[in-house]
Design a protein around this ligand. Structure first.
Ligand SMILES: Nc1ncnc2c1ncn2[C@@H]1O[C@H](COP(=O)(O)OP(=O)(O)OP(=O)(O)O)[C@@H](O)[C@H]1O
Length: 236
């Protein structure tokens, strides 16, 4: 579904990504984890070319897409934090996105309903709580039935019930065969979802391993314990 080949990215002199190589196959759910500042969001934004890599290739469905944008319509992206037009109402924003995408049918409005967002359609984006803004971001990521979902810390700032609803939705899409890349510091959120774990540190991928192998290697089943054992054993 998506492959990154030898991606490098510097911000000034700071090496934010170094020789990133990864392949995410169709139907796979990959967890992107690592400490603050390790490059997870930069990597995600590079996949979408919201951050332009200095070097390397981005391959989507077998085609090199460097400096192309059309492929992004196949990706549902939920950003960690984003700014929306402050004076636009929730309902207007959703309608505008439908217009931009030129899609009014075959929409996935399940999350809009689960979050009961329609009751808030008249509220302006600038007046919303952080969690409600997150919900709008989540609804937009799923709305156009993308093949690939990229979720950057999707549950950060959501109340527990809303987190649960979102994670259930992610699991449902995975069961349908959708490809998912998800970053989170809340490792318990990922336990039921992930096939592969990518651990980033200092702009590099320290390991990319199947969850089954990690469970076998560490004799732990929960990602929190798996990671603390694994990181304990590599002495970083
Ligand atoms: N536009 C930018 N200009 C300069 N430096 C940047 C820019 N974007 C990111 N960085 C730096 O790149 C590094 C990686 O940031 P990134 O946001 O990718 O980390 P992260 O792993 O997502 O962190 P967190 O877990 O805190 O969200 C950080 O040191 C950050 O300050």
């Amino acid at each position: 579904m998506i492959t990154l080949e030898h991606i490098d990215k510097k911000f000034g002199k700071f090496q934010a990504l170094q020789d990133i190589q990864l392949t995410c196959k169709r139907g796979q759910c990959i967890a992107l984890i690592g400490p603050n500042g390790s490059g997870k969001t930069t990597l995600i934004k590079t996949i979408l070319q919201m951050v332009m890599p200095d070097k390397g290739n981005i391959i989507f469905k077998g085609e090199k897409v460097n400096n192309q944008w059309e492929y992004r319509s196949k990706i549902g992206f939920m950003p960690q934090m984003t700014r929306y037009p402050e004076n636009m109402k929730i309902g207007e924003l959703i309608e505008m996105m439908k217009d931009i995408r030129n899609m009014s049918t075959n929409l996935d409005e399940e999350l809009i309903n689960a979050f009961n967002l329609s009751s808030m359609f008249e509220k302006k984006m600038g007046t919303l709580s952080g969690g409600t803004k997150q919900k709008v971001g989540a609804c937009l990521a799923f709305l156009f039935q993308p093949d690939l979902l990229i979720l950057d810390e999707p549950t950060a700032g959501l109340d527990p019930l809303s987190s649960e609803k979102l994670l259930k939705k992610v699991a449902k899409e995975k069961a349908k065969g959708k490809t998912i890349i998800i970053s989170s510091h809340i490792l318990s959120d990922l336990d039921e979802l992930v096939d592969d774990v990518i651990y980033m540190q200092d702009g590099k991928i320290l390991f990319h391993t199947k969850i089954d192998e990690l469970i076998f290697e560490t004799s732990e089943t929960k990602l929190t314990k798996i990671i603390s054992r694994k990181m304990g054993s590599v002495h970083v």
